[in-house]
Design a binder for this molecule. Structure first.
Ligand SMILES: *Cc1c(COP(=O)(O)O)cnc(C)c1O
Length: 423
């Protein structure tokens, strides 16, 4: 591989370290800090490399915190949701909202009804689901419900977390052709949705993935005669997880996308992209305090107050936290660099944030910071495990503090209906 040229992009400015220290002192740790100024900057950076008339959807799975979603909608993003909870957030921000796409396998009748009633667009995952829509929603042949057909990628993309590994998504190509020919009374196919995977390494891989989607959609539309009104070609825009740095320079997309998307443009299709982490990861930082430092058989073990109950128990949806987190010591930045294992406070040896990680010598009481955790942090963590209180998530705009939120936790009683109880 050749050495990368100097990155032309100006670096992202976060709120100052004195603001972080002040927030940690006032609100205690573990604390997540999400910066709206960084979110707006990320939308600008991603929009800059996409066609000007394309729609960019924000995938709420990455971070459904209402002010985060509201800021992205105000910056012009639509929403991609996959549960009634995410739908409620997408509709409840009060801001201007682009299209809302409701996706995911196994949608219930109640979900389908609520999504259609709210004006969300269904990404239909199967013929069984289409039948459930017909049952759950009052459809009229005169005014059919317009849906998008989700297509399962027929082969793996180059790298990243592939959706082809999950066989539960969408229609196979042949199934989609069959369904598009006869979608049934009251349903009209007006678009296609295909998501190849997350963390595609760079612009070449992204272009290959989008090209792959274009090919699949072209074959389906040619065979079925459906005109593609909208094609959601997915995303997979990469960003580091729980480690410093930025995603790769995506400027080459500007030159590459028009050519890759030309067949869809020629067919008059509107193009949608989706991104979760690419929009929100950079905006979130975790502050955690050192509770204990132990020296063990050549290793230094640093015990902090944030574990896998706070930070991505599914590691950017790589399922289990890869213990590769990198921490920065805000209290002792000039301390000697030491190699440490960093563990959380949970009573399980699996609660590891970092293994063999270097950091300026952490002392008991020091404030540490983990960068790039605006995506897949608290809501992807094992928040109920060990019944600790969830972390507070504070929203700032540069150095201005806006508001603070927290996830609820703990068990609540549920009323069992009488006949069920009688057995
Ligand atoms: C998870 C997911 C995304 C977001 O992935 P990121 O890597 O966070 O950008 C987008 N679309 C679909 C369909 C997804 O399942």
């Amino acid at each position: 591989m050749s050495e990368p040229l100097e990155d032309p992009r100006p670096s992202i400015n976060h709120s100052s370290e004195s603001t972080l220290r002040h927030l940690a002192a006032e609100l205690s740790t573990p604390l997540l800090v999400h910066d709206l100024a960084v979110l707006r900057r990320r939308v600008e950076d991603l929009r800059r490399v996409l066609p000007w008339d394309a729609v960019l959807l924000y995938s709420l799975k990455a971070n459904p915190l209402p002010p985060v979603v509201g800021a992205l909608q105000s910056a012009g993003c639509g929403s991609e949701v996959s549960s009634l909870g995410e739908l409620a957030v997408a509709l409840g921000t009060g801001g201007p909202s682009g299209p809302v796409l409701y996706t995911g396998p196994g949608k219930s009748s109640a979900e389908l009804r609520a999504a259609v009633t709210a004006g969300a667009i269904l990404s239909c995952e199967s013929a069984v689901e289409a039948a459930r829509v017909r049952e759950a929603v009052r459809l009229s042949p005169a005014d059919p419900l317009r849906i998008m057909v989700r297509v399962q990628p027929p082969s793996r993309p180059a790298a990243g977390l592939s959706m082809a590994d999950g066989r539960q998504f969408g229609f196979l190509e042949e199934e989609a052709i069959e369904f598009c020919r006869r979608p049934g009374t009251g349903i009209e196919v007006f678009g296609f949705h295909c998501y190849l995977g997350s963390q595609l390494p760079g612009p070449d891989d992204l272009l290959a993935a989008f090209g792959h989607v274009v090919d699949v959609v072209q074959r389906i539309t040619a065979e079925s005669g459906v005109r593609p009104g909208v094609v959601d070609v997915g995303g997979g825009f990469p960003w580091p997880y729980a480690a410093p740095g930025e995603g790769p320079d995506l400027t080459p997309l500007m030159a590459g996308l028009p050519q890759v998307l030309a067949p869809l443009a020629a067919a008059g299709a509107e193009i949608w992209f989706e991104s979760g982490r690419g929009l929100v990861a950079a905006a979130g930082r975790l502050l955690t305090t050192v509770r204990d430092v132990k020296h063990r058989a050549g290793a230094t073990v640093v015990v902090v107050d944030a574990g896998v109950n706070v930070l991505g128990g599914m590691s950017g949806i790589g399922r289990v936290l890869r213990p590769s987190t990198r921490l920065r010591n805000l209290s002792n930045p000039d301390g000697a660099s030491v190699t440490v294992d960093v563990v959380g406070p949970l009573c399980t040896p699996l609660d590891r944030l970092a293994v063999n990680s270097t950091v300026a010598e952490p002392r008991v009481g020091d404030l540490l910071c983990v960068e790039n955790v605006g995506a897949y942090a608290t809501t992807a963590a094992l928040s109920a495990f060990l019944s600790r209180p969830p972390a507070v998530e504070v929203v700032v705009d540069g150095d201005q503090v806006v508001e603070a939120w927290t996830l609820a936790s703990g068990h609540l009683p549920v009323t069992i209906p009488a006949p069920a109880r009688a057995g």
